[in-house]
Design a protein around this ligand. Structure first.
Ligand code: FRU
Length: 728
């Protein structure tokens, strides 16, 4: 049989193992030419750069690389030469661990060995790569290995390759393990490398269970590497054109937001290091370029001059396998040091430690960052109060908020407490590198075990200060007065910043003195659904925070967003009789709706949003005097997402009524009531035409003083406010 028109050199170090011999035999029954090459005895020419003899070099290795490091390193120049000139290299099982020795990536897999797997296992392609030729013929998931002992594997778990992209992760008995990163690719010169660290075995399962899909998968890899149609697409772009291509891949997803900040693809959580610098807003964010799941956290970066048009910038911080941030560059802030240097303080995760780290900007566009050689700059969590220790972490101690008062820097770090609850711990320093512990500025949630006050932030809102913390469930805020010497925060009032899926917000001050806050909008669908979508998470629209006449917290959408409004799709008063229900508009799901009315007691206004033409999918925002509820029970036919109601108490009794602004953007729905109460949630209608808007008065007559719907799209053909046009 000659089904693979590919000339393959099968590499080994010394004698071939039974598994390697089986792989050679497997090739011989298919490929145009197959030679077994012992890299310790064969001369270099077969691997030479002119590719006279082979299209693909396949290194299949069922034993750890360690004993053969020298031999592998000795073969590296020839293999690199082969790649540089356009050859293809396939590294399977433990050979994936050789990427560093071969000079292909500075970060090798962090997990390798043998494992027992009690069930069939295989792979799930990443959505963004589902059309990659190595997945030809597969839909979604496929299985290549039956249950068994001593299965060799090498994979990236807690770390990510520095350059390689992830094509697919492991599936065990139907369960997706996204962090088991096993199928990867690299571009080296003109050549390509594919790595598959597990589940391709031949000796014990020549023609057994799952061998059909294994054969197809391995044939796809060898045929692609040996062919002349290599995919050029990468989901780790470093320039504007690359980010454009990445976003374009997800453009048809009607759940993607257009005017909210979203990751180009992959995972996003907290906003970080928000700063207005040299006329530009920089928003960094917790980003996993490996895929839409939390892990291997980098700092993604987006910039804007006007808060309306955003550009993707290259990833700003990446974990360093030799540094204290090996397992992730976690949340932090950016400040400008006394000498004018933009400086990031962030949490580095390594093993069971999470400790404060510092990086300084190397250029004005904040693209390059130099990590401080003295990292971590605080060597351990304080011990009074005792900081919570968990199975994962020696001390739950992370996230940074830094500001200056005169010549003194202050620094808040979030923590969990051994005795329950969380705390915002205060430090003081003359420089950004030398910190003295002052004590907890505030602690709370004492009756909640194993919680952490994440991402604390202290903001000056005129005479009043606002402290907020994210306690795993909500974002709690406290208004009052801090005493930075005791330290103590005298709480006058408190509340929730948002009643829905907003978390870990962070703020900056605009040149005209406004405090703007962004938060992470979580997904409310499963890990699997996020994997299938190819992206996860978004940042909220910026909110302006201030203190109202009665000393209350005011939260309003940043005024800049009004510039996005186009001609209203509806703008009128509406008089509804009891039981009446009226469709008013259908636009893309990218709009702002503003409604003002004074409901009699026990009477609700129902706003139907994201309605399909037959109204089988619709989300109802039910507004009463004392409460707004987002009823998601019919929001989607998809059984996956959370469709529980989201409630927000409001206090419109005796006031001028209710004024609500709602922002819909793809799957994001945010409600601002009376400039005070906020609720952010997610809805995932299956139909892309679930874009209708209606109003109804189920309980009694109701007059709506004004109702306006503004489409917020830049234009109907290009909904996205992401723009690379003007980048140099
Ligand atoms: C909050 C948080 C932070 C941490 C980061 C990790 O969502 O858990 O405490 O620094 O996310 O991504």
């Amino acid at each position: 049989m000659d089904s693979l028109p590919v000339r393959i050199g099968c590499l080994s170090v010394g004698d071939r193992t039974a598994e390697q011999a089986a792989a050679v035999e497997w090739c011989r029954s298919r490929a145009a030419r197959v030679d077994a090459i012992d890299v310790t005895t064969e001369s270099v020419p077969p691997l030479d750069a002119d590719r006279r003899m082979y299209d693909v070099l396949w290194w299949h290795r069922d034993e750890p690389v360690d004993p053969d490091r020298e031999a592998i390193a000795a073969a590296a120049p020839a293999i690199r030469g082969f790649l540089e000139s356009g050859g293809g290299v396939f590294l399977s099982l433990h050979a994936l661990s050789a990427v560093e020795l071969l000079g292909l990536d500075s970060v090798p897999p962090d997990a390798a060995g043998t494992e027992r797997i009690d069930h069939p296992s295989g792979f799930a392609a990443k959505a963004i790569h589902s059309d990659h030729p190595v997945f030809e013929g597969f839909v979604d998931r496929f299985y290549t290995l039956p249950a068994g002992d001593n299965r060799p594997f090498a994979r990236y778990e807690a770390v990510a390759p520095a350059r390689g992209q992830l094509l697919g992760s492991a599936v065990h008995a139907g369960e997706l393990l996204p962090a088991h990163k096993e199928i990867l690719s690299w571009r080296v010169g003109e050549g390509h490398v594919y790595g598959v660290g597990a589940r391709v075995e031949f000796a014990a399962n020549a023609a057994g269970e799952f061998s059909v899909d294994r054969d197809r998968f391995v044939s796809n890899i060898l045929a692609t590497l040996g062919g002349d149609r290599q995919p050029a697409f990468t989901d780790r772009p470093t320039d504007a054109a690359g980010f454009d291509r990445l976003r374009a891949r997800l453009a048809d997803d009607h759940h993607r937001p257009s005017y909210h900040l979203s990751p180009p693809a992959g995972w996003l959580n907290d906003p970080n290091g928000i700063i207005h610098h040299d006329g530009t807003y920089h928003v960094f964010y917790q980003y996993n370029p490996m895929g839409p799941f939390h892990g291997t956290i980098h700092w993604g970066h987006a910039t804007s001059e006007d808060l309306l048009t955003w550009r993707d910038e290259p990833v700003a911080l990446s974990p360093d396998p030799d540094g204290p941030d090996r397992n992730g560059c976690w949340s932090g802030c950016a400040v400008v040091d006394a000498d004018g240097t933009p400086t990031i303080l962030y949490t580095g995760g390594r093993g069971s430690d999470q400790l404060p780290c510092l990086a300084t900007a190397g250029d004005d566009r904040l693209h390059s960052w130099r990590k401080d050689p003295a990292n971590p700059i605080i060597p351990a969590a304080p011990d009074d109060p005792a900081v919570l220790s968990t199975d994962d972490w020696t001390a739950e101690f992370r996230d940074h908020n830094v500001w200056a008062v005169g010549d003194t820097w202050y620094h808040l770090i979030g923590a969990g407490l051994s005795d329950g609850g969380g705390a915002a711990l205060l430090y003081r320093g003359d420089t950004l590198r030398d910190w003295e512990y002052v004590g907890p500025l505030l602690s709370g949630d004492h009756n909640v075990a194993n919680t952490v006050w994440e991402c604390p932030e202290l903001l000056a809102l005129g005479e009043t200060s606002l402290l907020h913390v994210s306690n795993y469930r909500n974002v709690r805020y406290f208004l009052g007065e801090p005493d930075l010497s005791t330290p103590e925060f005298a709480v006058e009032t408190e509340g929730l910043l948002d009643h829905g899926a907003l978390y870990a917000p962070q703020s900056t001050t605009t040149p005209d003195g406004r405090v703007l806050m962004w938060g992470w909008i979580k997904e409310t669908r499963s890990v699997d659904a996020q994997w299938r979508a190819g992206w996860s998470g978004a940042l909220s629209i910026p909110r302006e925070l201030s203190i109202g006449a009665a000393g209350e917290l005011v939260q309003q959408p940043a005024r800049e967003l009004q510039t996005l409004r186009s001609e209203p799709a509806f703008d009128d008063r509406v008089d509804l009789s009891a039981g009446e229900h009226r469709s008013i508009a259908a636009t893309d799901n990218a709009y702002e709706l503003r409604v003002a009315f004074t409901p009699p007691a026990d009477t609700a206004l129902e706003l139907g949003l994201c309605e399909s033409p037959a109204r089988s999918e619709r989300t109802v925002v039910r507004c009463r005097r004392d409460e707004i509820v987002v009823d998601r029970s019919d929001s989607t036919h998809d059984p996956d997402p959370d469709t529980s109601p989201v409630r927000m108490p409001i206090d419109a009794d005796g006031s001028d009524g209710i004024s609500v602004r709602i922002f819909v953007d793809g799957s994001i729905l945010s409600v601002f009531a009376n400039d005070r109460h906020c609720l952010t949630t997610r809805v995932y209608p299956t139909r892309s035409d679930a874009t209708g808007v209606s109003v109804g008065a189920p309980d009694g007559n109701l007059s709506v003083r004004s109702l306006t719907v503004w489409p917020l799209a830049a234009s109907s053909t290009d909904r996205s406010v992401w723009n690379h046009q003007d980048r140099q």
